[in-house]
Design a protein. Structure first.
Length: 385
């Protein structure tokens, strides 16, 4: 029998507005011996059924996968994944000669909180950020088989995405997997790579930066697998330096540029902050795409300081008419907070700056209008005067 969680009076408003998170402070009663990942029914103080979801012992106590009296069953997973695929198909994704990698399910944005499914050609990577989904592995596999029959390989990554917790639930990868994005080739390592193996949320931004790179000397800082580097070189950059503190990342960056038969590229293993301190005049376009600086509320001030530091060094180094593309993927840092930190950096070095473009995640990373936290990626393309 499904366990019931009761909320305090007046704490049902968020769920009635279709926000999928129930915080621990809203709980009035929880069942004895409840474990992380258990399916629960959430009810208001007057016993109105608000929805069903998964219990967790952290600050977010429940992630709701349905609202109202709609239990979690195989039909729900089928409907949600089919609806998500219809959106991607309408966007021109799905099987495609130029781009065959995209996000099929974007957690809260597709009404499946904590569940990510990324497609790489004929393979899919299921990345679970909540233990509750492990209970429904068979149902999710069946839904994928029905909705995406062209998928021959499915890799299931555990909570946290550690490689040793992954397993194949359909097929097996027997060789190196290569996927396409706007005709560019990339090696995808979903077993040991970060996230599902590639950062799909930057697809449209990579194309934009590529278009701006012609005739420019480009620095791709925090380069990881070299996505921005490949686009820049393909679009006529005179040289590209890819800098990352991870040797594994620089090796992968080299492999991707070689896979696309590109030259005028160097992969440099170095701390990006240290590297940025001594590059004055070396580059006409700098990309700053660091990992999340703030993973919890107490880290926000430090994150904003970090963004100011790296952007200040980039502004200081760029020549007149130089371009800075700068990003934050920290969910807890708002657009306004990020922009303020970047503008503060420009003011500290006395540079005049124009905003050319504002950027966000790609269209296959939809955001629920009721869950603003899902709009985590923000970026600016700036001209330095």
């Amino acid at each position: 029998m499904t366990k019931i969680i009761t909320l305090k009076p007046s704490k049902e408003r968020s769920a009635k507005r279709f926000h999928p998170w129930i915080f621990s402070g809203a709980l009035s009663r929880i069942p004895d011996n409840i474990e992380d990942g258990e399916v629960v029914k959430v009810v208001s103080s007057d016993e109105e059924v608000l929805g069903y979801g998964f219990y967790g012992s952290g600050s977010i106590s429940v992630k709701l996968c349905s609202f109202g009296d709609v239990p979690l069953d195989s039909g729900l997973w089928q409907r949600r994944i089919a609806d998500a695929y219809r959106l991607r198909e309408s966007l021109g994704l799905g099987p495609n000669k130029a781009t065959n990698m995209y996000r099929l399910v974007n957690a809260e944005g597709d009404s499946l909180p904590g569940l990510i499914i990324d497609v790489y050609g004929d393979a899919a990577v299921v990345h679970c950020h909540h233990a509750g989904y492990e209970t429904f592995e068979a149902e999710i596999l069946e839904a994928l088989n029905q909705v995406t029959p062209f998928i021959n390989v499915i890799y299931w990554k555990n909570v946290g995405g550690e490689a040793e917790g992954g397993k194949y639930i359909k097929g097996q990868r027997n060789d190196t997997h290569v996927a396409l994005e706007h005709g560019n080739k990339f090696f995808i390592d979903w077993e040991t790579g970060q996230k599902t193996g590639f950062f799909l949320d930057q697809r449209s931004n990579r194309k934009l930066i590529g278009d701006l790179s012609k005739g420019r000397r480009v620095l791709n800082a925090f380069s990881y697998s070299g996505g921005f580097s490949v686009y820049a070189l393909k679009n006529g950059a005179t040289l590209v330096d890819s800098v990352d503190s991870s040797e594994k990342a620089t090796d992968l960056c080299n492999k991707n540029t070689e896979l696309n038969t590109l030259s005028n590229h160097r992969a440099i293993k170095a701390d990006c902050l240290t590297y940025l301190r001594d590059i004055k005049g070396n580059y006409d376009l700098i990309v700053l795409d660091p990992p999340a600086f703030a993973k919890h509320k107490n880290a926000v001030d430090g994150a904003l300081s970090g963004y100011r530091d790296i952007n200040r060094l980039a502004f200081k180094a760029l020549p007149k008419d130089g371009i800075l593309a700068t990003f934050s993927c920290s969910q807890l840092v708002s657009k306004d907070m990020f922009q303020e930190s970047v503008f503060s950096a420009a003011a500290q070095v006395g540079r005049s700056v124009q905003i050319i473009y504002r950027m966000s995640q790609t269209e296959d990373h939809p955001v629920s209008i009721y869950h603003r936290e899902g709009e985590y990626l923000k970026g600016l393309v700036l001209r330095v005067l």
